[in-house]
Each structure stands twice: as C-alpha cells, then as structure tokens.
Write a protein that binds this ligand. Structure first.
Ligand SMILES: [Mn+2]
Length: 322
C-alpha cells in the first residue's frame, strides 16, 4: 500500500496538530527541520514525539541545507554547507529515517490569485512570460553545465554518507520546470534530466538517488516535461520514486494555476491507477493547497480536503484493481 502523508515542521509542531493527523487516520508524515533544530538532540526529540503519536516518518530534511545556494552554485563555502547537510543526514539515518532530500529545486511563481477555476480561493499562479522578464539573480549567467558539475560534486560527497547510514535521497524537479529563467539554469526540468541525474548518481553509489515525483511539475511542463503516466510507470518500476506529490494544475505553462485535484487538466485517477498497478508502496502527499480564509479553517481545512480527496481516489483505485 502507498502511504498518504502530511508534513510536520519541527519548530511549529503542536500536540493539536498531531491529534489532527490522527483524526484524519494518517499514519505517515515527513518532518522538515529548521537550522535551529537540526542538531542531534532536537532531531531525536522531535522524531520521538512524532513516533509516540503513532506516526511513521517516511522522509525528513532541512530545506535551508539541502537547497543551499552555495551548493547549487558551487560557491567557495559549499564544503561547509555540504558538511552541515551530511551531518543532518547522519543523524536522520541513524534515527531510522529511510529517505532524505537532495538538490535545490528552485521555485518561482507570479503570486497567489483568486479566479473561477479556484472558486475564488487564492491559488499559486505561474505566468512564465512575467517570470522571464525578471532581472538576473547574479552578475553572471549560471549555465546548466556548471549546475551538473556542482551536482556531481554534491553526489560524490553526499551519497557515501547516505549509504553509510542506510538512507536514500530524493530529488524534486524545478518548479516551474523551465530550463533557464532569471539568468540561472534549472537542474531538473524534464524526465531526461532525471535519467541523467540517476546515471550520474549510480556511478558514485548505485541505487541511492530517487525521485520526488511531483505530478504538479510534470503537468506544469506538459509534453515538454515528458509523459506523466509513462514516466511514472518507468520510475516506479525502477524503484526510484520515493515520494509522489499528488497535485493538479489548470494548464501547462506559460499560464498555469494550481487547482483542486478534481479541477485541473489532468485526470488524477489515472495517476492512482498506475501507482496501484505498479505496486507503489511509498509516500504520497497532496503537495500544495490554496491560501484559504483562516476564519473557515485556513491551511488545516485545505489540507484536510486535499488529503481526504486523495485518499478517496486511492481507495477507489485499490478496489477497482483488486
Ligand atoms: Mn512538489
């Protein structure tokens, strides 16, 4: 069985939130740590607390470390950040967390806007033409080739540590998956980029690198990213998918709005069918939600809706194919 999960942030975790997860019949989660809570004591204290609440931690990390720009860009201080990142993976792996994260999946959007397709809620909106008018991030253009060299350097330093502590590392696409914007290339913007990353990683330590299969990013890219269902089948079969981000969007870029699962351009049930047919047994997560009114439940209500709908589709796919 695949494992529906929600996320926990170590620094804002409350008993009420753990109860909320239990009341939605969730038994799996990921945990995101901030810099102040990435030390041995805090990590183990948080993991103990989460596990005592009956939850299994599928994956965990610290986005300020694994997405660090010094690592992505290969800056002078990258070894320092890779060491901090590796130290957290050592702590997590020794504590029995099976999956960590790797790589900077850079993120951009135009804003959160209400529209008909979001029923008036504020949805994350990407206008690629607007993003392409933005000034460069750095004084020199960052080319794709440099990024692959930096990523290879990271793999050589990170994979042996992950292997030593029995951990695999999952890599998310760039969001939006566009080869170059703001004068900076993206690492993963189509399914061939993943094939390249996997073969590069396997040359260092076979089998450690995996994929955060973000359906939202695949759909934002459309055909330029790849064939979502065929790619999903291929990567699940190859045991490379460590997490699925179950998210729909209104259309491929250039103009794209995140939607409820039932409203986007893709049939989300067809994704569930592939996952069930291929025996996918790892984490599945609704990914993003609308920015909704706190007076009527806010993020908690939006996540409850998203996880309930996702579990409904999952159960339908299991019973249909049993
Ligand atoms: Mn995602």
């Amino acid at each position: 069985m695949m494992k529906p999960q929600l996320g926990i942030r170590s620094h804002t975790l409350t008993d009420d939130y753990l109860q909320y997860m239990r009341q939605m019949n969730l038994s799996h989660c990921f945990v995101m740590f901030d810099n102040d809570h990435s030390n041995y004591e805090d990590v183990n204290r948080t993991l103990d607390r989460v596990r005592k609440a009956g939850l299994t931690v599928d994956d965990a990390g610290n986005d300020a470390l694994y997405k660090h720009w010094s690592i992505y860009l290969g800056l002078e201080d990258r070894d320092l950040w890779i060491e901090k990142y590796n130290n957290l993976n050592r702590i997590l792996g020794q504590a029995g967390v099976p999956v960590g994260y790797i790589g900077n999946s850079r993120v951009a959007h135009t804003g959160y806007f209400a529209s008909d397709i979001t029923h008036g809620a504020k949805g994350r909106t990407i206008d690629m033409n607007e993003i392409l008018t933005r000034p460069p991030l750095y004084d020199k253009v960052v080319e794709e080739e440099e990024l692959w060299e930096n990523f290879d350097y990271l793999l050589k330093n990170a994979l042996p540590v992950a292997k030593e502590v029995g951990m695999r590392l999952s890599l998310h696409p760039s969001d939006p998956p566009f080869p170059m914007y703001q004068g900076c290339a993206s690492l993963i913007y189509n399914s061939d980029c993943y094939r390249k990353a996997i073969s590069m990683a396997d040359a260092v330590e076979p089998g450690i690198l995996g994929i955060k299969f973000c359906c939202g990013c695949w759909l934002e890219g459309g055909e330029k990213f790849g064939n979502l269902l065929a790619d999903l089948r291929e990567f699940v079969r190859a045991k490379r998918v460590l997490t699925v981000h179950f998210r729909n969007v209104s259309a491929p870029i250039p103009n794209c709005v995140e939607t409820l699962a039932e409203d986007g351009y893709f049939d989300m049930m067809s994704i569930m069918r592939v996952l069930v047919e291929e025996g996918y047994d790892q984490a599945i997560y609704p990914d993003h939600i609308f920015q909704t009114d706190p007076a009527t439940g806010g993020d908690l209500a939006a996540f409850a809706y998203a996880i309930g709908y996702m579990k409904g589709l999952m159960n339908a796919a299991y019973s249909e194919l049993s």
